[in-house]
Write a protein that binds this ligand. Structure first.
Ligand code: PLP
Length: 386
């Protein structure tokens, strides 16, 4: 049993932690409406705690955890229609997915230029700085996805890779991945698809007969796809995956690892908790394809409902939502967001497009939107948006 003095310290530490936690916004409250992360599914929490001490970077010590990792990668590879030659890696999220893909592209091609849509996630700035690569930006068209007619002009003998985004950070739009894939096949270029957000949405939109483009390995030009379970996969942070078309490519981003049980280690991270792996696997097993489809259907219904309420107010969207992301135009984005935050609601600023971003995640119910809309209207009136 814990000695009395230690018990007191224990209690006071937990109390201190509670005080810090109370300063946070919570997904459970429903008031976080701008984030692409989610309140993890309840089974994720149980699984996470069970695997807290495990290290997937040291598979001989934790062979059971390694098996779970393999099963999760198999589930995701099947979701992406990956070929038998493919291999998946668990990573921390979309940033690491993009870094890993560009590291691979640079190693395979020996080149340094990345052709990417204007809407690329800011992690590409890190890539340019970390790996001394050059970003060649391509404008978007009126639908806010990349203008395909502008791509070919940018290709030259220094091109290492092209990026396509399947669910953009700003508006959830999808680049014309099939056309980009064709270009990459013709030009023999590395093609990375950033599906950090859309990877757990698009397959189910397709099942629900939404008109969205193909984005996965059925397109022969696709080299790598990254997607995050801690976004629309309904699981806990940090859990991303990158799937690589040809397992032989992994050698390019592997090193010998003398002091642990595996001979070689691929990718950026060393020690990695098995907690988020177990959590994501548990959610995937629990929900399965049918469960994820229902989650996406529900998010899309609530997105439509929110869109209607916003239009009724007389506000305008930047573009019609492709998935569960709404960009609402504002005259004064910082003032609006600050005022809304004072009322206890959080949306994200997209300064570049002079809009705010609302993301309808699995925990966002119609009831939450019904609570939110009057506060949203009041805030708009107070800051002069209406
Ligand atoms: C399309 C896309 N890629 C990459 C990222 C980066 O993901 P993370 O913050 O998990 O590293 C995000 C984050 O929202 C994203 O939307």
């Amino acid at each position: 049993m814990e000695p009395k003095n230690k018990r007191n310290i224990h209690c006071s530490i937990l109390q201190e932690l509670n005080e810090y936690r109370e300063k946070d916004f919570t997904f459970a409250s429903g008031h976080i409406l701008g984030s692409m992360c989610t309140q993890p599914h309840p089974i994720a929490k149980e699984a996470y705690i069970k695997f807290l001490e495990t290290n997937t970077g040291d598979p001989e010590l934790f062979p059971g955890t390694k098996e779970i990792e393999f099963k999760l990668i198999t589930f995701i590879s099947e979701l992406l229609n990956a070929p038998k030659t493919a291999i998946g890696q668990i990573i921390s999220g979309g940033t690491e997915g993009n870094i890993t893909a560009m590291w691979l592209a640079k190693r395979l091609t020996g080149k340094k230029e990345i052709i990417l849509p204007e809407s690329a996630h800011f992690s590409f700035q890190k890539i340019a700085s970390l790996m001394d690569m050059k970003l060649v930006s391509v404008p978007l068209n009126e639908h806010y996805y990349v203008d395909i007619t502008k791509i070919k002009d940018k290709i030259n003998e220094n091109t290492a890779a092209i990026l396509g985004i399947a669910g953009s950070t700003e508006l959830g739009t999808i680049d014309p991945i099939p056309e980009l894939s064709e270009i990459c096949l013709d030009e023999n270029l590395f093609f990375h698809v950033d599906a950090a957000f859309g990877g757990f949405v698009i397959p189910f939109l397709k099942d629900l007969n939404f008109d969205v483009p193909e984005f996965d390995f059925r397109l022969k030009g696709v080299s790598t796809i990254s997607l995050d379970a801690h976004k629309m996969g309904y699981s806990a942070i940090p859990l991303g995956t990158i799937v690589i078309r040809d397992k032989k490519w992994l050698d390019e981003i592997s090193v010998e690892s003398h002091c642990i049980s595996s001979r070689k280690q691929a990718g950026i991270l060393g020690t990695r908790s098995g907690g988020p792996v177990a959590a994501a696997y548990a959610v995937a097993r629990y929900l399965g394809r049918d469960g994820y489809r229902k989650v996406v259907e529900n998010c899309m219904n609530i997105t439509k409902y929110t869109e209607e309420k916003i239009m009724e107010m007389g506000l305008t969207l930047v573009t019609k939502p492709t998935m569960n992301v709404l960009g609402v135009k504002m005259k004064n984005v910082p003032e609006f967001v600050k005022k809304l935050s004072e009322y206890g609601w959080k949306v994200n600023k997209i300064d570049r497009l002079s809009c705010i971003r609302i993301v309808i995640m699995p925990q966002t119910t119609k009831k939450i939107i019904d609570e939110f809309i009057p506060v949203f209207r009041k805030t708009c009136e107070e800051v002069g948006e209406l």
